[in-house]
Design a binder for this molecule. Sequence first.
Ligand SMILES: Cc1cc2nc3c(=O)[nH]c(=O)nc-3n(C[C@H](O)[C@H](O)[C@H](O)COP(=O)(O)OP(=O)(O)OC[C@H]3O[C@@H](n4cnc5c(N)ncnc54)[C@H](O)[C@@H]3O)c2cc1C
Length: 476
Amino acid sequence: MSAREYDLIVIGAGPVGENVADRAVQGGLSVVVVESELVGGECSYWACIPSKAMLRPGAALRAARDVQGAAAAVTGELDAAAVLARRDTFVHDWDDTSQVEWLQGAGIDLVRGHGRLTGEREVTVTGADGTETVLVARHAVAVSTGSAALIPDVPGLRDVQPWTSREATGMREVPASLAILGGGVVGSEMATLFTSLGIPVTVIARSALLRGVEPFAGEAVAKALRDAGAVVRTGVEVDSAARDADGDVVLTLTDGSEVRAAEVLVATGRVPRTHDVGLDAVGLTPGAWLEVDDTLRVRGVDWLYAVGDVNHRALLTHQGKYQGRAAGDVIAARARSRTVDDAPWGVHVATADHFAVPQVVFTEPEVAAVGHTQASAEKAGLEVRVLDYDLASVSGASEVADHYRGQARAIVDEQRRVLVGATFVGQDVGELLHSATVAIVGEVPLERLWHAVPSYPTISEVWLRLLEAYGRPTAE
Ligand SMILES: Cc1cc2nc3c(=O)[nH]c(=O)nc-3n(C[C@H](O)[C@H](O)[C@H](O)COP(=O)(O)OP(=O)(O)OC[C@H]3O[C@@H](n4cnc5c(N)ncnc54)[C@H](O)[C@@H]3O)c2cc1C
């Protein structure tokens, strides 16, 4: 069998693989991507896009209900069938034609099938009909195979056929009730979604919701869920699972209590999709996260790159795409024997990946966070000053909603007098986040931030209030 040769082979055509390939083509390389399911990946069809498409109607309804004059016009509940139809539009009915056309337009070749490393810079693709195509890379192979839901090792859990985020985002019918294992981002967003669809929801979380962001964020989300009728059980785990004679799932918890629901959704973390990509052929461990340096190169294999979820740095589409742009540039530069050590992306990958990862959680209320929390800044040994402000006291917020509830926190590194973290909780705060990201990544001195005047009346006025809480710094 003759092998097809390219400068770069990318395994996985999710958002990240697409970006690696696009940047490498722009850098003058010939590139092929290998995809076993849909071009566009998890994000486009079973994660970011469908979940946000279904969360938005609930957010819009809550927003209208909290504006006098508009509230009277809201006479019903969410139309679940229309919510699912909206989702179908956003995922193009799980048809990737438009993304394939984009690949073609960008000059990227596509081979459909399951890709495995079978030697040095060699990938063998097995198509749906069993045919094999051997691809050889002149310069590099990038693994961008993403991650999948972790199913915890709980007796009986696999037998009850639990939902993962795939079944939830791809559902054809809303179940009669839902138990959700896990109070992280996926669990909390799904709890918001299914509560807004009007079914009984029980969240079972080992710790508080949204661990990893400021504690007040998870507390606000838990309160809103409870106010909306959900049951939020924290500090407990599931001991065993079974289905009863009616087909309902019965979960027995560590405190001896039981939770019953029509379905159970597992949202307890992710595992890398590396169990069957031929890692053993290059001396790496199948099923492991792929450890990379700041140029996204796998440690110990100089032609292999791992980009996006699969390297476990930040399991977010925007961060993965950012890595993808850097990796594509790096691979193209190295292919031309150019150095990347003093190129700007090396520095940026280290900075943005390690210190300023922005994330919006589309719960009720919305949570937006970037950089350090108070706890992580203190743990990092920074001399920290914490600025808190009640978002409801910002005049722009009261224009947005009659009973606006929210909170803002900024973390200042007192030694450098720059912002190193920010967290906002409240309606529409997602759009506030990028201002904080710019201030943190740009290391804007607080003295300068005073001159970035927020418009009146917008929620952005919280910046002025936070700076006032700090007190005008005097330049030395
Ligand atoms: C419910 C949910 C909601 C989310 N919402 C957000 C959000 O709002 N914002 C955000 O930033 N992030 C969100 N994420 C995270 C986001 O989905 C991931 O970070 C992102 O999809 C990672 O992109 P990727 O390209 O690395 O992997 P993926 O999107 O998983 O793409 C990997 C691709 O590789 C293919 N593949 C795998 N193995 C092989 C193989 N051996 N051969 C060929 N092809 C292969 C897969 O079929 C897939 O198409 C969410 C995740 C979940 C689960």
